[in-house]
Design a protein. Sequence first.
Length: 313
Amino acid sequence: MESSCVDTNLDLNINPFHHRNKVLKRESESQREVADCDVKVPVKQENGVLVEELNRISSENKKLTEMLTVLCEQYNSLQNQFMELVSKNSGNEAATSRKRKAECEDYTNMIGFSGNVGSTCSDAESYKKPKECIKAKISIVYVHINPSDNSLIVRDGYQWRKYGQKVTRDNPFPRAYLKCSFAPSCPVKKKVQRSAEDPSILVATYEGEHNHAHHSPAELSLSPNSSANPRSAPVSAPTKSSAATVTLELMQPSGLGDDTKKPSQQIDAPAIQQILVQQMPASLTRDLNFTAALAAAISGRVVDHNERECQVM
DNA sequence: CGATTTTGACCAGCGC
DNA sequence: GCGCTGGTCAAAATCG
């Protein structure tokens, strides 16, 4: 929850020591190319250019890190404000809500950012099977969609099977219940429902973790447990229904009492969007796939740049 | 024809 | 115990 949980140090694989090998490798490659072109370029000159480029990238990395730190600080302060708001509203909500205790426990964990519900027995299914302690990682994904799009489809790279649909009391939009197509070997379930406050937002609640890779790697990865995902995020065009997506992982209720019940239903749409914006950097920096892809993209640009320079010389 | 979706019925938790 | 509610089941319908 704390911003300290967020590693603001973007490892872009461009630190000098790490990059040194690439530089040396590039040196040998360019020497080969130079030989092929039958043009002799002083190695020291190229070395200087590369070092200069490396310094430039390092300074960019530093700037990005600073920007990220500022973003995280802003996020932290906003989160504190949000928690205050939630605790104020929870008193009124508790009087009118008839939610199940178990569900309240689930949503007590909402707007957490680094924990894993599975470490205790207070997770989603424990009320059904009190003797079992099922590990169920719960996370909420908000997907911005076209309000005229009535489908309840959240493309997250996995294949789902719908097994039910209900209209819930506190939301006029139907809620779809889906299981991973690999069930029962994969226990992951998800619920998809439009936000009552903002119909352009689709709320997908994931329960559990996938124990397999994506079914369709060509689709955009929005999975809450990126550790189970295959490598880098695909580059296919965004789907019509997913213009922007943010994942909120849920955390342990430690330090949070019942006064945080169902905060998502107590905040208005602008607050949600603010939270989502603040959530993005934390989610992105936690996502190894994202940082790896970013590093690959940057290093790719550097390589291209160097190759162009080599060709010029 | 197998996989998926739809949809009404059923079950279980919770508050009164 | 009863009613309300969310979640799940399973048969029928639909799709590719």
